[in-house]
Design a protein around this ligand. Structure first.
Ligand code: SAH
Ligand code: SF4
Length: 474
């Protein structure tokens, strides 16, 4: 027995490439289950950055011989790619992992794995270690490219594997990607964040900014276009600081232009733009790029200067509004969306009203609104937070009502006009209706053949019910 253990230890210490590990994992899985390919279930929480990471993990799983299932009870491998940005997201993960316990007792060979931002927090990894002994593999955001090696260690060593270290190495390239959609593709251009907004956990779980090289981004863009994608979304926590420390001089506007100049019939989107680093050069470039959709997601978080300072956001209400004015000057049809936090520690009702007045002034297309959630280790978590949650919830409802009015007026204004939409899917009600999204990121439902999914079509808006829009194919 001890000889076997020594053999395994020696074997695991051998330096190998990730491709070699993939082959070894494939062989071990085949040994375990020679009659049918093993099945993987992957569930992703959180932002598009996580979705893009999962597409890479699924690429690696496919190379290991896995097929995919939407039913966790059918799976031999279950992975949750987690989000740490708010407590609610974390609670859902713990609930769903706990629910796997009976499944795992019935199916001893099932591998349960957790990855993503939550796992990069030591207190979470400790909780998994202690309270969820049936979890086989935990890896953080810096270890994704080493997934084949980690799987090999799980299969060969039989022990639980935790890999949650941090690194500043350049972004690993060459990972296989299994994209969820053939017509809309996520393209990460950078990882991490240097901004340390006082409420935010992202810099702690994703590390410092690391940009991919323009060559790597362009190569993936070409591959996406050749695969027939109609829409490419460039991803980063703060795309505006792309290439900041690179010596090649390619900043985000230049990268955007380079992608725009690639031959092909496709649209470009990007997120997220931080107002602190959003320059006139970017807005001018966007205006000049015929493939860039007229949509700018520019989170302002709060309309009050004292709160913005306490959040460490690096801009003021006035400079934000100046950016909006400039964006609308160079792109009169631009659709602007934003993120808002209600109830930041110490925020007063009057300060919250400045947020409402800002949305009324700008008239955003839509908003992502959040009640402040304290995150372990952040500066805001240590601040006095005297306003009770119930009170913050009332403010939140007040904000939603104000935005509903704005959205309803905007929707009514769209009736009778025709828009080019990317047909995305059938509506959830499965009533013969399709949903398309305009360049401004507004959904319109219309009757049509599902064969249209994945193509651009012209749709005339015929009716607005509050902010919901209905139309017909032109
Ligand atoms: N990098 C992006 C945001 C990423 S997180 C940016 O700076 O705009 C997405 C959104 O989650 C943020 O814009 C913010 O509105 C919200 N958010 C982040 N941390 C939060 C917290 N602790 N509580 C509530 N909302 C939070
Ligand atoms: Fe978080 Fe601020 Fe970085 Fe966005 S810019 S990820 S809100 S720290």
């Amino acid at each position: 027995m001890s000889t076997l253990r020594n053999d395994i230890a020696r074997d695991l210490a051998l330096p190998r490439t990730q491709n070699e590990y993939t082959e070894l994992v494939r062989a071990l899985l085949h040994q375990r289950c020679p009659l049918a390919p093993p099945k993987a279930f992957v569930h992703t929480y959180g932002c598009q950055g996580n979705v893009a990471d999962s597409e890479r993990i699924k690429g690696m799983l496919a190379e290991m011989g896995y097929e995919f299932t939407d039913a966790r009870e059918d799976a031999d491998f279950v992975l949750f790619n987690t989000c740490a940005v708010r407590e609610h997201a974390e609670d859902r993960v713990f609930g769903n992992v706990g629910a796997l316990k009976p499944l795992k007792s019935d199916k001893k060979d099932m591998i349960v794995a957790l990855c993503g931002c939550m796992m990069q927090q030591p207190h979470v990894a400790d909780r998994i270690r202690q309270s969820y002994p049936f979890v086989n593999l935990v890896f953080g955001t810096f270890a994704i490219h080493r997934f084949p090696e980690l799987m090999y260690r799980v299969l060969r060593g039989g022990k639980r594997v935790f890999e949650i270290g941090e690194t500043q190495e350049p972004v690993p390239e060459g990972l296989p990607v299994r994209r969820d959609s053939m017509f809309k593709a996520w393209l990460p251009i950078m990882y991490g964040c240097n901004n340390f907004c006082s409420y935010c956990v992202v810099p702690y779980v994703r590390g410092r900014e690391r940009s991919r090289t323009p060559e790597a981004v362009l190569a993936e863009a070409k591959e996406i276009i050749a695969g027939g994608a109609k829409e490419i979304t460039l991803l980063g926590q703060n795309v505006n600081s792309y290439g900041k420390n690179a010596s090649d001089g390619v900043n985000f506007p230049k990268l955007l232009k380079m992608i725009n100049d690639l031959p092909g019939d496709f649209h470009i989107r990007f997120m997220t733009s931080h107002p602190k680093d959003c320059t006139k050069e970017l807005l001018d470039t966007m205006a000049a790029c015929e493939k860039a959709d007229r949509h700018l997601h520019l989170p302002f978080q709060s309309g009050n200067n004292r709160v913005l300072k306490a959040m460490n956001r690096g801009y003021t209400r006035e400079s934000y509004l100046e950016l909006i004015r400039y964006a609308r000057k160079v792109m009169p049809d631009i659709s602007i969306t934003s993120d808002i936090i209600v109830g930041f520690p110490g925020e007063t009702y009057d300060e919250f009203r400045d947020t409402v007045s800002l949305i009324e002034e700008v008239k955003f297309t839509s908003l992502f609104t959040f009640i402040y959630s304290p995150r372990v280790g952040t500066r805001a978590a240590a601040m006095e937070d005297p306003v009770p949650y119930a009170e913050k919830s009332r403010w939140f409802t007040e904000l939603l009502k104000a935005q509903e009015k704005i959205a309803a007026a905007r929707s009514a204004d769209m009736v009778g006009k025709t828009y080019e939409v990317l047909v995305e899917n059938e509506t959830k009600e499965a009533n013969g209706m399709l949903t398309g999204r305009t360049g401004g990121n507004i959904n319109i439902d219309f009757a049509g053949d599902p064969a249209l999914i994945g193509s651009y079509r012209r749709v005339r808006v015929t009716e607005a019910k509050n902010w919901l829009l209905f139309g017909e194919l032109v």
